[in-house]
Each structure stands twice: as structure tokens, then as C-alpha cells.
Design a protein around this ligand. Structure first.
Ligand SMILES: [Zn+2]
Length: 143
């Protein structure tokens, strides 16, 4: 079960996270199955933005409504750890619902994907997921 992200989306996401550092960046991941088709930054409304993130609930509600009306599905969330590793923190684990959604965590040029599950390897909440960066953007390269 590999998660697929295009290099364009990943580059944009990493650039955004670097731009808001030392604050944590956050946002929503849209797609189908295991393919990330869009990463949409949202406001971080946490009080201490350098240590925590909280996705703007208005953005989340709008995305959930759009999804019900036939829009793109929310397959997960992304956030950055400007001063830490790309492993989920204990706080992330306590905030995550075991809903099978993807958690993408970045730090600089590093990125890792996790799935929020009921009995995960990390703090009982997350399992690692291999991430495949598709640099061809879905097109077949002739070699
Ligand atoms: Zn975190």
C-alpha cells in the first residue's frame, strides 16, 4: 500500500512549509484511493504555531461539505515539523482519529507519510506508509 504524490505537488508543499517556518504549516490532502491529487494549505490556528498546528475548522468544514457534494475526497492532512523529525509526535497521536486518513509530515526537504489507525506502531496511532514521488506526473516517460 504505497501512497503516490506528484513531484509538483510535493515541491509546492515543501516550498510552502519552508516559507511559513519556523511556524508549522498545515493543510488538507485531496485525492482518490492512495493518490494525492491536491494539497491545499490552510491557516494554522494553534496558539503556539511553532510547536503545534490546528487546521482552520472553517476550511475543514468547507472541504467536507464539498466532498459530500461530489468534490474531491479528503484523504488526509499535512503539517510540518520545522524543528523536529518527520515522525508523528505524541501530540499528533493524541489529536489523530483512527480513521485511516493519511498524515504527511515534512521538515525542510524531508517528508514521510503515516496512516492514522487504531493500533499503530507509533504511539499506538500511526503506521508508516511508503511514499512514491511520481516525477512523471502520470505521463509515461520514454527511455
Ligand atoms: Zn506534528
Amino acid at each position: 500500500m504505497t501512497l503516490i504524490i506528484s513531484s509538483t505537488i510535493l515541491d509546492d508543499l515543501l516550498r510552502y512549509a519552508k516559507a511559513v517556518a519556523p511556524e508549522e504549516a498545515c493543510g488538507l490532502l485531496f485525492g482518490e484511493g492512495r493518490v494525492i491529487q491536491r494539497a491545499s494549505p490552510t491557516k494554522n490556528i494553534a496558539v503556539d504555531k511553532q510547536k503545534f498546528f490546528e487546521i482552520d475548522p472553517a476550511a475543514l468544514i468547507a472541504a467536507e461539505r464539498n466532498m459530500r457534494e461530489g468534490g474531491k475526497a479528503i484523504i488526509g492532512y499535512f503539517h510540518s515539523h520545522p524543528a523536529g523529525s518527520v515522525e508523528p509526535s505524541q501530540t499528533d497521536a493524541s489529536m489523530a482519529a483512527p480513521d485511516g486518513r493519511i498524515w504527511l509530515i515534512t521538515n525542510g526537504d524531508e517528508v514521510a507519510a503515516w496512516q492514522a489507525v487504531a493500533n499503530g506502531q507509533i504511539f499506538g496511532r500511526f503506521d508508516p506508509i511508503p511514499l512514491d514521488c511520481d516525477s512523471t506526473n502520470g505521463q509515461t516517460a520514454e527511455s
